[in-house]
Design a protein around this ligand. Sequence first.
Ligand SMILES: Cc1ncc(COP(=O)(O)O)c(C=O)c1O
Length: 418
Amino acid sequence: MGRRPRDAQGDRRGLTRQVAGPTDKDKDERRPATKLVQGGRRPEWTGDPRLGGSVVNPPVWRASTILYDNMADLAARGHATHDKLYYGRRGTPTVWALADALTDMEPGAEGTLLYPSGVAANSAALLALLAPGDHLLMVDSAYEPTRAFCDGLLARYGVTTTYYDPLVGAGIAELITPQTRLIFLESPGSLTFEVQDVPTITRVARERGVLTMLDNTWATPLLFPALAHGVDVTMMSLTKYVGGHSDAMMGSLTATKAVWPRLRSAAYQLGQAVSPDDCALMLRGLRTLDVRMQRHGKNGLVVADWLAARPEVARVLHPGREDDPGHQIWSRDFGGTSGLFGFTLKGADDAGRARFIDALSLFGIGFSWGGYESLVVPGNPIRTATAWNDPDPLVRLSIGLEDPADLIADLERGFAAL
Ligand SMILES: Cc1ncc(COP(=O)(O)O)c(C=O)c1O
């Protein structure tokens, strides 16, 4: 599914236009906003020479069975094919178009695999890259189900996990043992927003022959091209900003050439398939990711700055703000901010936090984030390597595309109820 098309024959906009297309090198040098628009629209997926034209979006190819012309055709496709119709589980052009477009967004990537959810993508990567007896270094601020997989199935399969301080930096070297095979990062942490020093950690990992994997859901490659920062495998919950409309679930893994075959082989064995209809939704979201992300980021900072000035707020956890402990590394490494951040309610208890949240009407109460609509949830960080000592209750906001003045008015109602 979705290996980089090294053999692509240009990208003519329609099969009928016989003009030389840009080379793969030209495509690599395109800017991210252009890649978001062009990615995955290979002419063989958007047109048919017999029809004499092409469509803008790769159509939805729904399939379980693929039909072969004859026995010779069946034999010729073989088991090893990808980007060639073989069997529905191996994908159709709609699926490959999304995988291709995501690969395009990550300079240095060999290919992208798609999974039914972000959690499925994380679990598949950990299973593919670790074996009994191996040691995993997992960031202490990781999304809770990621921890659950390490403490559950992974432990049962004989992989040991050590949680580490998200701010460990070069100190990660001291935690690497001869059994360590993988360092997992999530930056910023999606509940507590610590920014990790990814380039330092990946440099140490490479020196020690250890792989790195990053949950890049918060930033997406638009704000943080992970492989360019030394990461070997980058994961995203496409459910969030890529989908952007809170109506589909999916996860992705994008990897370097060295790691790609291991992930692909495990994906084929695990047999998780994604729906072409959901891929079409994800592709639709991807096309507007740049403009949405700019608006999420801008609205988020307006709301975060307003919150920081409120007497009821103890702390705003947003790396895009200058007073945030992660701001320096964030400004060095990231191309912008998304709209997800947290804050703590000064001196409040859980009941006060509940009153605050219940009084909001524009913010939906719900898990997930990255959609066009604003969301709020209480946050209760789970830590084992470090302590989360903040006595004030945490609230997490996903800022949508509404007018921030209306969001602020809504939050004012929350403070009144508090
Ligand atoms: C940081 C992070 N990673 C992974 C996931 C899992 O994604 P999904 O909900 O698509 O399984 C989430 C979901 O909230 C998340 O916040």
